[in-house]
Design a binder for this molecule. Structure first.
Ligand code: ADE
Length: 307
């Protein structure tokens, strides 16, 4: 079944603007499917994600894909058809895990004593319909790139499933029949989807009201709505002088209007220097444009044509 038939947004079809609406969800449930649930223990037990868990803003169920195998050796991978090196993750344990979990209430987990031996009824040959509106996301370097717009889009789902790929690959039928979205955290390869799932989880959690303690925090982050997609400028705290470098006078002036303008200009400048591509997607005021022009924007070629 195509993703769109299940009411999901097909991979790649995102609105590429910075028009991120404030998040209104109060709770998100994550079902994470992995062969290495222990990898999540440290990151989930610290800082913002831990507080969001403690305060009931998010809930997470870690599902060990291996628990959903019934063979004697609990095999989850096999050699690729057609030869070649490496191993490929088998489809059945993944389908069984995802179809079993997503057709139950958020929070359901296989009891440890039931792993392998007392699994709910499931038939490999019979497709199971899954709830609409629950994205089933495969973390893979082949997915659409995670950025703040994608994070914002995902933060509007009350429940989502994350499948962490491992080994050299995953049977293509997981992609074609089960997964509704594929996400990459960047153009590099890491050893599996677990770290990528943690990045996604952390970035989505930050957007939930109350997750940061300071509700404005996430909106001021680089790439977010509060900065119109600009990078955040420099920040300072005490002491006012450190190794000969002073905190800019304007920040100590107490003049809120001037501080706001300075921060905006610093964000513009930093974006111009580091990520000029972002400026094309930013709503600039006349004052912003005048400021940027004084700093060499837009870039021109040797005969003065805009590049
Ligand atoms: N698995 C391996 N590399 C990955 C990446 N860059 N993003 C998401 N999942 C991955």
């Amino acid at each position: 079944m195509e993703p769109s038939e299940r009411g999901e947004r097909p991979a790649g079809a995102i609105d590429d603007t910075f028009d991120n609406q404030a998040n209104t969800l109060e709770h998100i449930h994550f079902d994470i499917f992995t062969l290495f649930p222990a990898m999540f223990v440290g990151p989930l037990g610290e800082s913002i994600v831990k507080r969001a868990l403690d305060n009931g803003l998010i809930s997470i169920c870690l599902h060990n894909i291996r628990d959903f195998t019934t063979d004697r050796h609990h095999i989850c991978d096999d050699t690729p058809y057609g030869g070649g090196g490496g191993m490929v993750m088998k489809p059945e344990p993944i389908f069984r895990a995802v179809e079993t979990v997503l057709n139950r209430q958020p929070g359901w987990q296989l009891a440890p004593e039931d792993a392998y031996v007392n699994l709910p009824e499931w038939n490999a040959g019979e497709p199971v319909s899954l709830p609409t509106g629950v994205p089933i996301i495969l973390l893979t370097p082949q997915g659409r790139r995670l950025n703040q717009q994608v994070v914002t889009e995902l933060s509007r789902y009350p429940r989502m499933a994350l499948i962490c790929g491992r080994y050299e690959g995953i049977d293509e039928r997981v992609r074609s029949q089960l997964v509704t979205d594929e996400i990459s955290i960047g153009d590099y390869v890491i050893s599996g989807g677990e770290l990528a799932a943690m990045v996604l989880l952390d970035s989505v959690t930050r957007l939930l009201p109350g997750a940061l303690g300071d509700d404005l925090g996430a909106h001021r982050d680089s790439y977010s709505l509060g900065l119109d997609g600009l990078l955040e400028g420099p920040q300072y705290t005490r002491p006012p002088s450190f190794r000969g470098e002073q905190v800019p006078q304007v920040l100590i002036s107490g003049h809120h209007g001037m501080i706001a303008r300075w921060r905006r200009e610093q964000a513009l400048l930093r974006t111009l220097l580091r990520r000029p591509d972002l400026l094309a997607r930013t709503t600039l005021t006349a004052a912003d444009e005048a400021f940027l022009r004084r700093h060499g924007w837009p870039p021109t070629d040797e005969v003065g044509r805009q590049k």
